[in-house]
Design a protein around this ligand. Structure first.
Ligand code: NDP
Length: 316
């Protein structure tokens, strides 16, 4: 028997995504007695789950690992009554009230929605990169760096992530090549200088990885192409870390929520309101700029307060 309009359960707040933005929104919404349901995703916790040491999250003077930080936030959200569903949202319909969120064939209904689906690492898109994924190719030095003790590795990119990963990898690797496609860096001066001063790091400029080479089991080298001369060279390495930025996880909101050219959700400045009243966005999914756990948590708090006040205006 299908559910009728009157017997279907309607959530006050449904949160999609479970990084620091979603979990902070859950803590605030739960404490406001909105009894939030969080659809946390099958890879719950977001990018903090692939971060080892977090030293800049206030309150943890001596640092905390990313997964531990997520775990304590989740426990805090649970303590105040947040319910969790460890599934991926497959579709949304925000044209109806209550809003409809689908997980395969199951439908969930909610008066308000907080989107905190975050962003994911970008890849070069080479078949050989895919072939050697987790067999030498990685997008997370903090997760996989320790597997590369006393060997040579490469890092692709010229932003802060690339500099941070290269510096981190020098704790393990005998040599780290930073391979960057131009001579201009997006990295901040301080991060770039730190990498330039590190004797274990060598910069290879105006170069892209054309192919990842290996013996079928693990990688042995990268084929590099000079972007100016077109010259092809081979550089021996046993690990290759891709650090070329991130993409927001907004595919399911295509054509539904307003986004910028890069796919980040647009919010009304200074708030978490999207173009649809009652749908709010927090964290990296709407922030290509700061992208920090603490800023994600901050906007998660804003989203819960925005949702609570908006529900009040709707007579909740
Ligand atoms: P960025 O977008 O800043 O940098 C991406 C880099 O990858 C650029 O150098 C870009 O080259 C290069 N790139 C992009 N696509 C390709 C490709 N297909 N092939 C080769 N190279 C490519 O991303 P980040 O992840 O480094 O940083 C994102 C944000 O996070 C920034 O705001 C940064 O400041 C912040 N951040 C801060 C940290 C900190 O403060 N501790 C640590 C890490 C990140 P090009 O320049 O030619 O476009």
């Amino acid at each position: 028997m299908s559910k009728t309009e009157s017997d279907k359960k309607i959530e006050d707040v449904l949160i999609i995504g479970s990084g620091p933005a979603g979990l902070t929104a859950a803590i605030y919404a739960a404490r406001a007695r909105l009894n939030p349901l969080m659809i946390e995703g099958e890879e719950a916790g977001g990018q903090l789950m692939i971060t080892t040491e977090v030293e800049n999250y206030p309150g943890f003077e001596h640092g905390i690992t990313g997964p531990e930080l997520v775990a304590v936030m989740r426990q805090q959200a649970e303590r105040f009554g947040t319910r969790f569903l460890t599934r991926n949202v497959t579709a949304v319909d925000f044209s109806v009230r209550p809003f409809k969120v689908k997980v395969d064939a199951t439908e969930y209904f909610a008066k308000s929605i907080i989107v905190s689906t975050g962003a994911s690492a970008s890849w070069l898109g080479l078949p050989s990169e895919k072939q050697y994924m987790n067999r030498g190719v990685s997008a997370c030095a903090t997760c996989d760096g320790a597997f590369f003790k006393n060997v040579e590795v490469g890092v692709v990119g010229g932003g802060d992530t690339a500099m941070e990963e290269a510096n981190f990898l020098t704790r393990f690797a005998s040599k780290v090549y930073v391979i960057h496609r131009s001579e201009n860096f997006k990295a901040s001066k301080i991060m770039l200088e730190r990498a330039q001063k590190n004797p274990k790091i060598e910069f290879i400029m105006n170069s892209v990885v054309d192919e990842v080479l290996g013996d079928g089991k693990s990688i042995t080298a990268s084929k590099l192409k000079n972007t100016k001369s077109g010259e092809i060279t081979e550089l021996k390495m046993q690990g290759l870390f891709i650090a070329i930025g991130h993409k927001p996880n907004t595919k399911i909101f295509n054509g539904v929520l307003d986004m910028n050219e890069a796919g980040y959700l647009k919010t009304k400045p200074g708030t978490t309101f999207t173009n649809i009243p009652g749908v709010f966005a927090a964290g990296d999914v709407q922030d290509p700029y700061y992208r920090q756990a603490i800023t994600a948590a901050g906007t998660g708090c804003m989203a819960a307060i925005d949702a609570e006040r908006w529900l009040e205006t709707q007579g909740h």
